[in-house]
Ligand binder design. Structure first.
Ligand SMILES: NC(=O)c1ccc[n+]([C@@H]2O[C@H](COP(=O)([O-])OP(=O)(O)OC[C@H]3O[C@@H](n4cnc5c(N)ncnc54)[C@H](OP(=O)(O)O)[C@@H]3O)[C@@H](O)[C@H]2O)c1
Length: 311
């Protein structure tokens, strides 16, 4: 922990009194010597922040307004949210939507936004709640938990895949109708296609898990892929794509154009808002941050750790 002065944040952008941040896998990489995501040093990490405007250099934001920022260079190439104050370019800022307070916004954070982008991408391809089940992998983590909760709140039949033996109750409380073990999907090799089981998938695991999910998607279905906790390599065949018309949809939350980012956040306060948001987040302080960063690198986190940056 270090004390910086306001001038260390530079003079560009909107000055924000950060109220909440959150702990993401990428934050753990930014704080680890081998993580290779931090691009400036020293760096205030924290890829997510929500708070209130203190000083604004644009006419559409005034002191006291609630704001969210995440993605772009925040927390990797620009000082981020693990601090009481941040300066953020106005064109990275999302006004806090109706229907969310700053804590709820950070329970969602980058993970919830990525889950929402995944659901929106699947629905843009034609998925509807009356379809067959949707599988969510890495389901007890940040992207996974919020995807389960968003899909369940929208009326989908959700199948949650988890490696945590004790997570079943939690996942059912978010709305999962069934829970399957991670080992069932994290299998290398085998046949190019398996029985069609799910209309779609939200995958933040990658590797052999994503390869297995692709083999089991219904004709015309899709998988939204956002992560790599199970591996960056994808060994598959073209069969799901050319025989079942399955689509693999890439999801990136970092460079999402600001207009789409604001539109999806507005929906996170309304029709994409998950029920039980409070139960997904657990509040931590700066004293707990090191342990929370280690836990997420070890795949041991359930739900989302949200950092209270002010007493
Ligand atoms: N594309 C984007 O814009 C974007 C945005 C946010 C995150 N991400 C990526 O998405 C992934 C998840 O991020 P997160 O913040 O949700 O992290 P997280 O909270 O740690 O969740 C990841 C989950 O993956 C599962 N998992 C962990 N190790 C695994 C392994 N070896 N094999 C299979 N599953 C494993 C665990 O769930 P279970 O125990 O329930 O299986 C874990 O909780 C990361 O790779 C992150 O970089 C990408």
């Amino acid at each position: 922990m270090s004390t910086l002065s306001r001038s260390d944040l530079g003079s560009e952008g909107v000055l924000v009194a950060v109220e909440w941040s959150s702990v993401n896998y990428k934050d753990a990489l930014a704080c680890s010597p081998k993580g290779r995501v931090a691009r400036i040093s020293p760096l205030v990490p924290g890829i997510d922040l929500a708070g209130r405007v203190v000083e604004s250099d644009v006419d559409w934001l005034s002191p006291g307004d609630g704001v969210i920022a995440h993605g772009y260079d925040l927390g990797v190439g620009w000082h981020g949210g693990f601090a009481e104050l941040a300066r953020v370019p106005a064109d990275w800022i999302v006004a806090l939507p109706d229907g969310l307070d700053t804590r709820e916004a950070m329970v969602l954070g980058t993970a919830g936004f990525t889950a929402a982008l995944s659901v929106v991408a699947l629905e843009e391809r034609g998925l509807t709640p009356g379809d067959r089940p949707v599988v969510v992998t890495g389901a007890s983590g940040g992207v996974g938990s919020t995807a389960v909760a968003i899909l369940a709140a929208r009326g989908y039949h959700v199948v949650a895949s988890t490696g945590k033996a004790d997570a079943e109750g939690y996942l059912r409380s978010l709305g999962a109708e069934s829970v399957i073990p991670r080992d069932e999907l994290a299998v290398a090799g085998g046949k190019p296609l398996e029985s069609m089981t799910w209309a779609a998938g939200v995958d933040c695991v990658g590797g052999t898990t994503l390869a297995t999910v692709l083999k089991r998607i219904d004709y015309g279905g899709a998988v939204a892929a956002s992560g790599l906790t199970g591996g960056a390599e994808l060994v598959t065949t073209v069969m799901p794509f050319i025989l079942r018309n399955v689509a693999l949809l890439g999801i990136d939350s970092v460079q999402t154009p600001i207009e789409r980012r604001r539109a999806v956040w507005a929906r996170l306060g309304t029709d994409l808002k998950p029920a039980g948001l409070a139960s997904i987040g657990h509040a931590i302080t700066f004293d707990d941050l090191d342990a929370a960063l280690d836990a997420i690198l070890n795949g041991a986190v359930t739900g989302r750790a949200v950092l209270r940056t002010r007493a």
